[in-house]
Design a protein around this ligand. Structure first.
Ligand code: 3PG
Length: 394
């Protein structure tokens, strides 16, 4: 696939789709990993003398401009990170008169950021009108928004129909290389760790990974459905009754495939979903009515760490417990620690697991932390991502 290394952007207008969908609190960016991850591509295009026009979505304004979902704070922070002005093209139409004027005034090496693409209702419906407007701003299109690659929207898919040249950026390349190699060409033993609250959101991931891994570890909220499927009572823990049969099927599939499937052997249970709640650790089968599991127990932490110890490739997606609450963070911490210690390729799916690893201070111990939540999950499901396919088809 062609990348930014294969094109000459000198003097050209380059539209770069990034994923600047970052969490904001009172106008401040609370996690800037996605901005930092975009820098290599941006620096390359700036150094090569392109006129660098950036675009992204932020949140879900659903076609209605909302000041709290403006990308203005991103322009400010990006300017600091790049050490040069990123001019914000304030424009509720995204590609309206202000944006066009800002682009017309650009010199080689300048950077302009457009307003939130989801201010336009066409964006998420991938309607051509907006795709054409975006394409009209540029000579070359670069897709570096891995985090958005599972969406087929105007700014990452539709636009490619109307540009002559579409390539991928360094972040997109890096994500696909690490996730792709891990899943399709792993050094073995290959261990996957899945957590998070819902089995229902990870059905296809579990199914696909059972064809690939040597060991599958299941923790977090989704583990209770697997525990129940094995006949254990789970009290008030998260349970998806509709997925009990599916869980049974997966336990069966693991056996058939010779995959070691590990689920918790003890659980930290609490009366309430609160860090201040009374809590204790119970053994397998010991969750009483009125109690809910909020983390894996100490024996499970050891069991999981032991299963990870000799791995050569590990993919982790989803926390082991309610890590935002200190009393229920030990399981997630133990997995992060185990990954930090081993000599293996360690890949962290985006979203909650990435946040957990960074928050717990293990960020730089991992081989790769994906900037994609939903996108990395769909990648692990073995699906072709529309954002990647569109750039590849050009
Ligand atoms: C993400 O944060 O997962 C991506 O930016 C996609 O955002 P979305 O779920 O609002 O489409």
């Amino acid at each position: 696939k062609k990348s930014v290394d294969d094109i000459n952007v000198k003097g050209k207008r380059v539209l770069v789709r990034c994923d600047f969908n970052v969490p904001l609190q009172d106008g401040k960016i609370t996690d800037e990993n996605r901005l930092v991850a975009a820098l290599p591509t941006l620096k390359k295009l700036i150094n090569d003398g392109g006129k660098v026009i950036l675009c992204s979505h932020l949140g879900k304004p659903k076609g209605t401009p909302k000041p709290e979902l403006s990308l203005a704070p991103v322009a400010v922070r990006l300017s600091e990170l790049l050490g040069q002005e990123v001019k914000f093209a304030k424009d509720d139409n995204v590609v309206g008169d202000n944006a066009k004027a800002a682009v017309a005034a650009m010199k080689d090496g300048d950077v302009v950021l457009l307003e939130n693409t989801r201010y336009r209702e066409e964006e998420t419906k991938n309607i051509d009108t907006f795709s054409k407007e975006l394409a009209s701003l540029c000579d070359v299109f670069v897709n570096d928004a891995f985090g958005t690659a599972h969406r087929a929207h105007c700014s990452n898919v539709g636009v490619t129909k109307y540009v002559d040249t579409a390539v991928v950026g360094y972040l997109m390349q890096k994500e696909i290389e690490f996730l792709g190699n891990a899943v399709n060409n792993p050094k073995r033993p290959f261990v996957a760790i899945l957590g998070g609250s819902k089995v229902s959101s990870k059905i296809s991931v579990i199914n696909n990974l059972l064809d690939k891994v040597d060991t599958l570890i299941i923790g977090g909220g989704m583990a209770y459905t697997f525990m129940k499927a094995q006949g254990e009572e789970v009290g008030n823990s998260l349970l998806e009754e509709d997925y009990l049969d599916y869980a049974k099927e997966m336990l069966e599939k693991a056996k058939e495939k010779g995959v070691k499937l590990l689920i918790p052997v003890d659980t930290v249970v609490a009366k309430e979903f609160s860090n201040d709640s009374e809590f204790k650790t119970v053994k397998r089968g010991g969750i009483e009515p009125g109690w809910q599991g909020l983390d894996i127990g100490e024996e499970t932490r050891k069991l999981f760490a032991d299963a990870i110890k000799d791995a050569k490739t590990v993919v982790w997606n989803g926390p082991m417990g309610v890590f935002e609450m200190p009393n229920f963070a030990k399981g997630t911490m133990a997995v992060a620690e185990a990954l930090a210690e081993i000599d293996a390729t360690t890949i962290i799916g985006g979203g909650d697991s990435a946040a957990a690893v960074n928050q717990l201070g293990y960020g730089d111990k991992m081989t790769h932390i994906s900037t994609g939540g939903g996108a990395s999950l769909e990648f692990l499901e073995g699906k072709e991502l529309p954002g990647v396919a569109a750039a590849n088809d050009k």
